[in-house]
Design a protein around this ligand. Structure first.
Ligand code: FAD
Length: 596
C-alpha cells in the first residue's frame, strides 16, 4: 500500500493545461519557475510518500483518543506534523511576510493532493489551518494578523473552523453560540460546537479556533452571525502563551472513516466564558466564512482527488498480482485479473475520472492565482468569476467521484476489498465524509444554481461554454479518430450543459422546486463536461507532443486513450443527465410527504 505521487501527470497538467508559464509572470509569482516547481513537487512527494503515507492504515486501526479533556493523536502523527511544519509545507501558498513560501495556489494544489493521497486524516489539520489563515488574511486586523498568522503558517499552532452546532449544520442561520461584549474589546463566548475537526489534539502547542457566534443585538438569521478568534491558550503581547481559555473538548466522535483525525465536541464558556476577539465587523461573520469556505471547499475537492489517486494505485497493484480465471479469449491457465476486460474498465474509469478531476482543479487553482495577482482589475474579476463558478463543482463533483472510484477500488479487490487488511475498504470509508463536510453535495449544488448561475443570468457559465466550444473547434482541425470521437462527445456534453443552464435560468423563479430537484445532477453534468473539456485539451497537447517527437511517447499515448475513455464513458452520460434535469423533476416531486 505504498503511494507514488503521479508527478508526471501533475507536471503535465501544471505546465500544459494550467499554464504555469503564464502564472509565473504574475507579480509575486516570479519564484515559481518550472524548475523550482518541479523541485518543490519532488520534495513534497518524497515527504508524503515516505513519512505520511505509512501512517494512513495504522491511524485507521488505532484512531486518536480522548482522555480527561485531552486528545492523543494516532501514533506517529505528532512527529510527522513536526516534519511537515519544519519543512514549511503548511506555508507553501501563504505570504512570505508571515513566514510562508509565497508560491502560487497552482503549486500548493499538487502538494495538497499528495498529502491527501498519503493520508486524509493527517492532511485535515493543515486544511483547517489553511482556512483559518485565509480568514485572518481576509478580515483580520493588523494586530490579529501579526499575532496569529505566522505561528499558524509555521505550524507552531493549528487552526479550526467552528460552524456546526447540534441544530445548525447545513443551515447556519440556526447558529446559537453567544458572544457577549465585555467593554474592553473582548467578548465572552458561550455555546456548544460539534464535529470540530482537530478541535483538540497534541500536535501543536496552541489551537486557534475561529468561531461563529451571535452578539446580543444581532439580527436573526445569517445576517446576525459574527466571527471570533478563540485561542485554546490566550496569547500574550510578546506572542508567548498565557492562561488556558474556557474552551474544552468534552468528547470526540467514533466515525465511519478518517478515524485518526479527532472530531471534537467543544464546550465554550462553561467556566465563566471563553475569551474571544472579533474578526472584522460584527454581523459579517458568514461573509468572511464564505471566503474561507471557498478555500476549504476547494481543499476538500483536492482531498477527493488525492483519495481517488491512492485508491487507483492500490487497485492497479492488486489487479496485477491477483491471478484468477482464464482470459475470455482463451489462455493456457488463469491470468492476472488486470487482463479481464471488466477489470480494465474499472481501472480505466478510476484513472480517467481522477485525471479529469485533477486537471479541472489545477486549472481552477491557476484561475485563482490570476484572480488574485493579475495586474489588470478586469482580468482579475473575470478569472475570479470563473474560479468561483468552479469551486462547488470541484468540491462536489470530485468528492462524489472519489466515492465511486474508491467503491470500484474495493470491487477490483473482490472479497479482499471487503476485508480491512488490504486498506481498500479504508479508502471507501474515508471517502464518504468528503461529500458531507464543508457543505454536502446538495449544498454545493444549491450554490452552483443560486449564487453561481441564476444570479448572473448564466453569464459566467456561458462564458466557460464558449471556451469549451473553442476547444471543440481545435479538435475539428485535427485528423485523428480518437480526437474526433472526443469532439463528438464533448460537443454533445456542451450542448447538454448549455440547455441545462438555459433551463435553470429560465425556471428559477417560476418553478423553483423543479430547478432544485435537478441541482445535484446539474453539478454532476458540469463536472463531467468541464472535466471532459480538460481531458480534450490534454489530448490535443499530447497529440502535438507526439507529432513533435517531444518527450515520453507512452505517456502521451496513454493520455489520449484515457481522454477517449472519459469521452465515451463519462461525457456520453451528459444527455441522459440533461433529460433527468429538464424533464425529470415531476418524478422527483410526485409523491406527497405522507406517501413515503
Ligand atoms: C467528520 C466530520 C468533520 C467535520 N468537521 C467540521 C469542522 O471542522 N467544523 C465544522 O463547523 N463542522 C464540521 N463538520 C460538520 C459538517 O460540515 C456538517 O455535518 C455538514 O455541513 C452537514 O450538516 P449536518 O450534518 O447537520 O446535516 P444536515 O444539514 O442535517 O443535512 C442532512 C441532509 O439534508 C440535506 N440538506 C440539508 N439542507 C438542505 C438544503 N437546503 N437543500 C438540499 N438538501 C439539504 C443534506 O444535503 C443532507 O443530505 C464535520 C462533520 C463531520 C461528520
Amino acid at each position: 500500500m505504498t503511494y507514488n505521487a503521479p508527478l508526471k501527470d501533475m507536471l503535465f497538467v501544471v505546465n500544459e493545461l494550467a499554464n504555469l508559464s503564464e502564472i509565473n509572470q504574475l507579480p509575486g509569482c516570479e519564484d515559481a519557475t518550472p524548475d523550482t516547481v518541479e523541485a518543490v513537487l519532488e520534495e513534497n512527494a518524497k515527504f508524503c510518500g515516505e513519512v505520511v503515507a505509512p501512517l494512513n492504515h495504522p491511524g485507521d486501526k488505532e484512531p486518536s483518543y480522548w482522555h480527561d479533556g485531552q486528545v492523543t493523536t494516532s501514533k506517529g502523527f505528532k512527529e510527522a506534523f513536526r516534519g511537515f511544519a519544519d519543512a514549511g509545507w503548511q506555508g507553501v501558498q501563504h505570504p512570505a511576510e508571515f513566514g510562508g513560501q509565497g508560491l502560487p495556489k497552482l503549486v500548493a494544489t499538487p502538494c495538497i493532493e499528495m498529502l491527501n493521497s498519503a493520508n486524509i486524516a493527517f492532511a485535515l489539520v493543515g486544511l483547517l489551518t489553511d482556512g483559518a489563515i485565509e480568514a485572518l488574511l481576509t478580515a483580520g486586523s493588523a494586530e490579529q494578523k501579526t499575532r496569529f498568522i505566522e505561528p499558524l503558517i509555521t505550524g507552531k499552532w493549528t487552526g479550526t473552523m467552528n460552524l456546526t452546532e447540534p441544530q445548525a449544520g447545513s443551515d447556519l442561520a440556526a447558529v446559537r453560540t453567544r458572544a457577549v461584549p465585555q467593554g474592553d474589546g473582548t467578548y465572552k463566548i458561550f455555546g456548544t460546537k460539534i464535529f470540530i475537526t482537530y478541535g483538540e489534539h497534541d500536535m501543536a502547542e496552541n489551537i486557534i479556533h475561529l468561531v461563529l457566534a451571535r452578539t446580543p443585538d444581532a439580527p436573526p438569521g445569517v445576517k446576525g452571525i459574527s466571527l471570533f478568534i478563540v485561542p485554546k491558550f490566550m496569547v500574550n503581547d510578546d506572542g508567548s502563551l498565557g492562561e488556558r481559555n474556557d474552551v474544552h473538548c468534552v468528547s470526540i466522535e467514533h466515525k465511519l472513516g478518517i478515524k485518526a483525525s479527532p472530531t471534537a465536541v467543544l464546550q465554550f464558556g462553561d467556566h465563566g466564558g471563553a475569551i474571544g476577539t472579533l474578526v472584522g465587523e460584527e454581523n459579517r461573520g458568514l461573509e468572511y466564512m464564505f471566503i474561507m469556505m471557498n478555500a476549504a471547499r476547494f481543499g476538500v475537492g483536492m482531498q477527493g482527488i488525492g483519495l481517488a489517486e491512492r485508491a487507483y494505485q492500490q487497485a492497479v497493484a492488486f489487479a496485477k498480482e491477483r491471478i484468477q480465471s482464464r482470459a475470455v479469449e482463451g489462455s493456457s491457465g488463469p491470468v492476472a485479473i488486470i487482463n479481464h476486460p471488466d477489470v480494465r474498465r474499472m481501472l480505466m474509469s478510476m484513472r480517467a475520472q481522477t485525471e479529469a478531476a485533477r486537471a479541472l482543479a489545477y486549472v481552477g487553482a491557476g484561475l485563482s492565482d490570476l484572480a488574485h495577482s493579475h495586474p489588470e482589475e478586469a482580468t482579475r474579476k473575470a478569472n475570479l468569476a470563473v474560479y468561483e463558478y468552479l469551486v462547488p463543482v470541484i468540491k462536489g463533483w470530485s468528492t462524489e467521484m472519489s466515492e465511486n472510484v474508491a467503491r470500484d477500488g474495493v470491487q477490483v479487490h473482490g472479497g479482499m476489498g471487503f476485508i480491512e487488511e488490504t486498506g481498500a475498504a479504508q479508502h471507501y470509508r474515508d471517502a464518504k465524509i468528503l461529500t458531507i463536510y464543508e457543505g454536502t453535495t446538495a449544498i454545493q449544488a444549491n450554490d452552483l444554481v443560486g449564487r453561481k448561475t441564476v444570479r448572473d443570468g448564466g453569464a459566467v457559465a456561458r462564458s466557460i461554454l464558449a471556451q469549451v466550444r473553442a476547444t471543440e473547434a481545435q479538435l475539428a482541425e485535427v485528423q485523428d479518430a480518437d480526437l474526433a470521437a472526443i469532439r463528438t462527445q464533448l460537443g454533445a456534453g456542451s450542448a447538454a450543459l448549455e440547455a441545462v443552464v438555459d433551463y435553470v435560468v429560465a425556471n428559477a423563479k417560476s418553478d423553483v422546486r423543479a430547478v432544485f430537484a435537478g441541482s445535484v445532477l446539474y453539478l454532476k453534468l458540469a463536472g463531467i463536461v468541464l472535466g471532459g473539456w480538460q481531458m480534450a485539451r490534454a489530448a490535443l497537447v499530447a497529440r502535438q507532443k507526439l507529432e513533435a517527437g517531444d518527450g515520453d511517447a507512452a505517456f502521451y499515448r496513454a493520455k489520449i486513450a484515457t481522454a477517449r475513455f472519459f469521452a465515451d464513458h463519462q461525457l456520453a452520460q451528459a444527455d441522459g443527465l440533461r433529460h433527468a434535469i429538464v424533464d425529470g423533476s415531476a418524478g422527483v416531486l410526485a409523491l406527497d410527504v405522507e406517501q413515503f
